[in-house]
Design a protein around this ligand. Structure first.
Ligand code: NDP
Length: 335
């Protein structure tokens, strides 16, 4: 069958497309330009003539934007959503996140009679809440704080809350849509809540500055541009892009996944943990920091991957593999 992957030109979307192709699916990727689509066609040429095709969706917020793209596919992986921390107006993130999600679900309702499952890429952003004591978040949790911050502070809310709110509101909109249309839909919904994603980049990136947000974040540390006092601070949780892509594949093939949220997290990290993981990689020019200083750090926000492991069967690369393969792929570009 054929699977629709939105945002196929992105860091994660390209990997979701690749894993689906490797598993024997055909893929239709949505992209915003012909040049991005052609890059992917070349990248995936070895999977066979016509196995990867692309469809141009310039503006995911436009009503009916996905009406053509959803035709004839058995499943949809909706990864397209802005991920950056430079929005002044929160609507710059919330608009595409929420309207893009509701828009594609409406298109499926209209033209997607062959669709059996829809996967929406959410984020741990949609489950976290501010905590001071160590707290383990699970699929039962919803971020109540960020949407409220944005509602009350608008443009003055933190850049962080604007992004977190966009992911939370988009995922909520998806579950609300399923609830409102349950009598008319033939598919079920799965949401994947990735932590920070690192790992090799296979999508098209023209400049160091235009690397996706999470890769740039890790690479800032690798370049030695992170303040020493920040290296052993608790940052967040992470997973490898190949494992998150795999989770997206499993989300459409594991029957029991229907109707559930999943947090495929490989654990918490400090930047020092990544430097330590790179220390034995044999790669040159890796800052040392203070080896081991991340080990005893207490992480206030933690995420349980129990459900993702049990139901989806997600497996994780080691932090050594993730760290090394990220650096190798960025350096291949000459950066
Ligand atoms: P990228 O920026 O690499 O990819 C985002 C994708 O979405 C690109 O294909 C981009 O298209 C597309 N996109 C963004 N905004 C729009 C818009 N307004 N209209 C149309 N398309 C748009 O980011 P990631 O791959 O990291 O993110 C993919 C998904 O994973 C997102 O939903 C993100 O929220 C989620 N996620 C990512 C995490 C991470 O650490 N990377 C962690 C948790 C969740 P184009 O190439 O044309 O810009």
């Amino acid at each position: 069958g054929k699977v629709l992957v939105t945002g196929a030109s992105g860091f994660l979307g390209a990997w979701v497309s690749r894993v689906l192709l490797e598993k024997g699916f055909s893929v239709r990727g949505t992209v915003r330009s012909n040049s991005k689509g052609d890059y992917l066609k070349k990248l995936f040429a070895s999977h066979g003539e016509g196995k990867f095709e692309y469809s141009i969706v310039k503006d995911i917020e436009a009503p009916g934007a996905f009406d053509e793209a959803v035709k004839g596919v058995v499943a949809v992986e909706h990864t397209a959503s802005p991920f950056h921390f430079d929005a002044e107006d929160p609507q710059a993130l919330i608009g595409p996140a929420v309207n893009g999600t509701v828009g594609i679900l409406n298109s499926i309702l209209k033209n997607g009679s062959s669709v059996q499952r829809v996967v929406v890429t959410s984020s741990i952003a949609a489950a976290i809440n501010p905590v001071t004591k160590p707290t383990v978040f699970t699929e039962k949790d919803w971020n109540k704080a960020s949407p409220k911050e944005v509602e009350t502070k608008g443009k003055k809310a933190s850049a962080f809350d604007k992004y977190l709110a966009s992911k939370t509101l988009a995922e909520q909109a998806a579950w609300n849509f399923v609830e409102e249309h349950k009598a008319d839909i033939t598919w079920d919904l799965v949401t994947i809540l990735p932590p920070y994603i690192f790992g090799p980049i296979i999508h098209e990136v023209h400049s160091y500055e235009s690397l996706n947000t999470s890769t740039l974040d890790l690479y800032t540390t690798v370049k030695g541009e992170r303040a020493p006092e920040d290296l052993a601070k608790p940052i967040s949780s992470f997973a490898d892009v190949r494992d998150i892509a795999s989770a997206h594949y499993l989300a459409i093939t594991v029957q029991a996944a229907g109707g559930q949220r999943f947090i495929p997290s490989n654990g918490e990290y400090t930047w020092q943990d990544f430097l330590d993981a790179l220390a034995d990689s044999g790669l040159p020019n890796i800052p040392k920091g203070t080896p081991g200083a991340g080990k005893s750090v207490v992480h206030p926000a933690q995420f349980s991957n129990e459900t993702a492991v049990k139901v989806l069967g997600v497996k994780f690369h080691t932090i050594q593999e993730t760290a090394k393969d990220t650096v190798v792929s960025v350096r291949e570009h000459g950066w």
